[in-house]
Design a protein around this ligand. Structure first.
Ligand SMILES: Nc1nc2c(ncn2[C@@H]2O[C@H](COP(=O)(O)OP(=O)(O)OP(=O)(O)O)[C@@H](O)[C@H]2O)c(=O)[nH]1
Ligand SMILES: [Mg+2]
Length: 310
């Protein structure tokens, strides 16, 4: 008994979300043309919740399916797929439909703050973004504002070396906002195309993280009106529904412009993205899909739908 349960669990991630939905809907006794029964709906609910679609999105998808089934509109696997994929697309596009790289003004560097709770993948994302832009022929300056951890500075410095970006760091224990100030000056002085400002995920002092991030933001804005041009929140795909509270906390402190969903490669919970886009008015802009410089993808709805519905 015990072992068969374990087996079930270990098999789960190998089947795609879509495969699991099809298995539920197409088991012999309840084929789609006979309508979708309560057991199927229940199974679908559970599958979507386990994949972190969250309660509101799950309820909406299931209600939609029930309505369509009542009207006899879900007769084939193709009908089921296009119904669910269509609703998921609407939810994703509610957070902004366009596929967009980090913006950059006509004049001067594009300045982006990289934000998020500790360990989500901020520094890695900053490094991967640097790589992405450098590959396209742009010049990038990476700034490390986490002055409380020498290792944090060193980690970003290594990304700079690895990608060919410039680097600005700060004195250990120094003011993070002062590093941001120096970085903006250096970005203009050196005439780089992009400045990516990495921030701390947790403070090692009594100061409040949000106050500190607001201060960094203010300092950058004062130096250069219109900047920062992007405030990207990095969330960890494996943290499920916690992402929602993180986004609302950061979103209250600062006007976020988009999300990076990191560690998407290590998460079977593909629904996080849908629940975030549905609940928050924030577009998912990039997916982190590994630890190498090239493991960052621009988020594209079609590609995502293909990934989860095939
Ligand atoms: N598999 C995978 N691992 C990732 C990805 N992004 C980051 N990581 C790993 O996650 C861990 C934490 O990444 P960091 O970039 O240091 O996270 P951080 O948000 O800067 O952490 P703090 O600065 O301590 O708050 C590292 O081991 C990274 O290699 C990703 O997209 N996929
Ligand atoms: Mg970091």
């Amino acid at each position: 008994m015990q072992s068969s349960r374990l087996d079930l669990r270990s098999e789960r991630p190998k089947r795609s979300l879509w495969q699991r939905i099809v298995d539920l809907a197409l088991t012999d006794a309840r084929t789609l043309d006979q309508g979708i029964d309560a057991a199927c709906i229940e199974g679908l609910e559970r599958t979507l919740l386990e994949s972190d679609f969250g309660v509101p999105a799950t309820m909406e998808l299931v209600a939609e399916l029930e309505r369509a089934a009542e009207r006899g509109r879900v007769a084939t696997e193709g009908d089921l797929r296009s119904l669910l994929a269509g609703r998921v697309r609407d939810m994703l596009e509610a957070g902004g439909a366009e596929v967009a790289e980090l913006s950059r003004p006509a004049e001067g560097p594009g300045i982006a703050l990289i934000l998020g709770v500790n360990g989500t993948g901020k520094t890695t994302t900053a490094g991967k973004l640097a790589w992405r832009f450098i590959q396209r022929g742009e010049t990038v300056l990476l700034a490390a504002t986490d002055t409380f951890r020498a290792a944090a500075q060193e980690q970003l410095r290594q990304w700079a070396r690895r990608t060919g970006a410039d680097f600005v760091g700060g004195r250990e224990g120094g003011d993070p906002a002062a590093v941001a100030f120096d970085a903006v000056e250096a970005a203009f002085h050196r005439g780089v195309d992009r400045l990516l400002i990495d921030t701390a995920g947790r403070l090692h002092t009594q100061r409040n993280l949000m106050d500190e991030l607001r201060k960094i933001d203010r300092v950058v804005a004062r130096q250069h009106p219109g900047a920062p041009h992007e405030r990207m929140l990095v969330v960890d795909a494996t943290s499920g529904q916690n992402v929602l509270s993180q986004a609302s906390e950061f979103g209250t402190a600062l006007e976020l412009t988009g999300l990076v969903v990191a560690k998407f490669d290590s998460s079977a919970r593909a629904g996080t993205i849908v629940s975030v886009a549905r609940e928050l008015d924030l577009p998912v802009r990039y997916l982190g899909v590994g630890e190498r410089p090239e493991d960052l993808e621009l988020f594209e709805t079609d590609r995502y739908l293909e990934k989860i519905f095939s």
